[in-house]
Design a protein around this ligand. Structure first.
Ligand SMILES: [Cu+2]
Length: 167
């Protein structure tokens, strides 16, 4: 009984500590998070969902961080049984009245040229840049290396950034 209570508490605590959201004009950025990285890993992935309640589309262009040399927008997809990762240099459209989800196996922020590890349980600051709405600073929660996040559709497309080559 006691262990059950502790387990429930742990579940509640870990969920609530991850839940946070930000608003910028008609954009809402929900639950930004990243995965902890292994020592020496060259890249890390960042995830969140972005909703747009306005009547004009916006576009996530990229961002900046103090722990990596570059923030790129990537899309992972399966091609011929292989997970591929593609840089989206034009960014990611957030449609009017719609939502995009950045999650493992799909769209994500790629922190390229990591200058320090992302450590589970810590928070890091990311400045996101949107074409219309401008810049917003958000805090990302760093989850464990196997964390899949709150958006679990398409989890079969799980991937590990540490082993992924970037061309
Ligand atoms: Cu990537």
């Amino acid at each position: 009984m006691r262990s059950m209570t502790l387990a429930l508490f742990a579940l509640f605590f870990s969920t609530s500590s991850l839940a946070h959201d930000y608003t910028l004009n008609s954009l809402s950025i929900d639950h930004p998070w990243a995965r902890a990285t292994a020592p020496g890993a060259p890249v890390g992935g960042g995830f969140m969902s972005i909703s747009n309640t306005g009547d004009q589309a916006d576009r996530l262009l990229g961002g900046s961080v103090d722990f990596a040399s570059e923030v790129q927008i990537h899309e992972s997809s399966m091609a011929g049984g292989m997970m591929r990762m593609q840089h989206l240099p034009d960014g990611l459209v957030v449609p009017e009245g719609g939502k995009v989800v950045l999650r493992p196996g799909s769209y994500h922020l790629m922190f390229v040229g990591l200058q320090r590890r992302l450590v589970e349980g810590e928070r890091e600051t990311v400045t996101l840049m949107f074409e219309r709405a401008g810049e917003i600073e958000v805090e990302i929660s760093v989850a464990g290396p196997g964390e899949r996040g709150p958006h679990q559709e398409g989890d079969a497309m799980e991937m590990d950034h540490g082993d992924m080559s970037h061309e």
